[in-house]
Design a protein around this ligand. Structure first.
Ligand SMILES: O=C(O)CCC(=O)C(=O)O
Length: 275
C-alpha cells in the first residue's frame, strides 16, 4: 500500500508538511494512550518530574522521553509503514531515528519557544531537509487545545537572520483528528500552542528522524534497557542507529568506487621511496 499519493508528495516538497488522517483506528489510539498514561503514572510513582522547565513555561505540559524503552507499541509506531515511506520520500536513503518523545498539553499549557528541529541539530545553511518530524496525534488536535503551530513557508529560511521578528504572529495551528500522522520536515519553524480549553487534553508524540550522518539527539545504545535491546530485531536496531558502527554508509559506497587495482601507483609506492 502506498500512502504517498502525488498530492502528498507535492505538498511535502512545496510546503514542508502534510497531514495523513486515520492511520490509527480508535482501538489503536486507545492502546497507545493507555501506554502513555502508564508511563506518566510510573514516572509520578518514581517521583520523576514530568515538567521540562527548559522547554515549557509550566507543568501543564507533561513531557515523556525515551518512548521506545517503555512499551513495544512505540517501536511499532516508529516503524509504521507510512513513516518508513514518508521518511524515504523526504530524507532519501539512509535515515535513522534521532529521538522519540511525547508532549501532553493539558489546559493551561503555554507555548514553548519557536524553533525548527533542523536548526537544533545542524548549523545552517539549511538547504535541504536533513530532519523530519513524524507526529502522532493521540487526541483530536486543534487551535484551542494547543495543537502544534507552524509557520507556513518557513522551511525556506536558510539561516537565523532570515527568521522574521514577527514569527509568532505567523503561526497557524495544525488541525487533525486523533489517529492522524502529521509529517513536518525539519526546517519548518513551529511551537506548541496554548491549551485554552476547560478540560481537553492534547497528546502528541514526536518521532524525530534524521539523515544518518546527523548525530542523534539521544544514544539508543545507552538509553534503552538491555531487555528492550534484546527485544529489537536487526531492522529496528538499524532504524535506531544502534550498534558499533555509526557514520559509515557514505564511506562504504566511496570505497567500493575505488577498488585497489585502480589505485594510482604513487599511492602504493609511497613518496619517500621515489625520493
Ligand atoms: O508539543 C508541540 O506541539 C511541539 C513540541 C516541539 O516542537 C518540541 O518538543 O520540540
Amino acid at each position: 500500500m502506498t500512502m504517498l499519493h502525488d498530492d502528498a508528495k507535492r505538498q511535502l516538497q512545496e510546503e514542508g508538511w502534510c497531514v495523513f488522517p486515520a492511520l490509527l483506528d480508535a482501538q489503536q489510539v486507545r492502546r497507545v494512550n493507555e501506554a502513555l498514561d502508564r508511563i506518566v503514572e510510573e514516572m509520578r510513582r518514581r517521583g520523576a518530574s514530568t515538567h521540562s522547565p527548559l522547554l515549557d513555561p509550566n507543568g501543564a505540559n507533561v513531557r515523556v522521553y525515551n518512548l521506545p524503552d517503555w512499551d513495544p507499541v512505540f517501536v511499532e509506531l516508529l516503524r509504521h509503514p507510512a513513516c518508513m515511506e514518508i521518511a524515504q520520500e523526504v530524507l532519501g536513503e539512509g535515515f535513522i531515528v534521532s529521538n522519540f518523545t511525547g508532549n501532553i498539553a493539558h489546559p493551561g499549557s503555554q507555548p514553548m519557544r519557536i524553533h525548527s528541529d533542523q536548526a537544533l541539530s545542524v548549523p545552517g545553511p539549511w538547504l535541504e531537509p536533513w530532519a523530519l518530524n513524524l507526529i502522532w496525534c493521540l487526541d483530536d488536535v486543534y487551535d484551542a487545545n494547543g495543537a502544534t503551530r507552524f509557520v507556513p513557508g518557513s522551511h525556506k529560511y536558510t539561516c537565523f537572520s532570515e527568521v522574521p521578528e514577527d514569527i509568532a504572529e505567523r503561526t497557524v495551528a495544525f488541525e487533525a483528528p486523533a489517529g492522524s500522522l502529521i509529517a513536518m520536515e525539519g526546517r519548518v519553524w513551529h511551537t506548541s500552542g496554548s491549551n485554552r480549553t476547560e478540560g481537553a487534553r492534547r497528546a502528541m508524540l514526536f518521532g524525530y528522524y534524521v539523515r544518518d550522518f546527523v548525530r542523534q539527539q539521544v544514544n539508543w545504545d545507552v538509553c534503552l534497557s538491555p531487555a528492550t535491546q534484546d527485544s529489537l530485531d536487526d531492522e529496528a536496531r538499524a532504524l535506531l542507529g544502534m550498534g558499533p558502527k555509526a557514520n559509515v554508509r557514505i564511506g562504504s559506497a566511496l570505497s567500493r568506487l575505488t577498488p585497489d587495482a585502480e589505485r594510482p601507483d604513487i599511492l602504493s609506492r609511497g613518496k619517500r621511496e621515489d625520493a
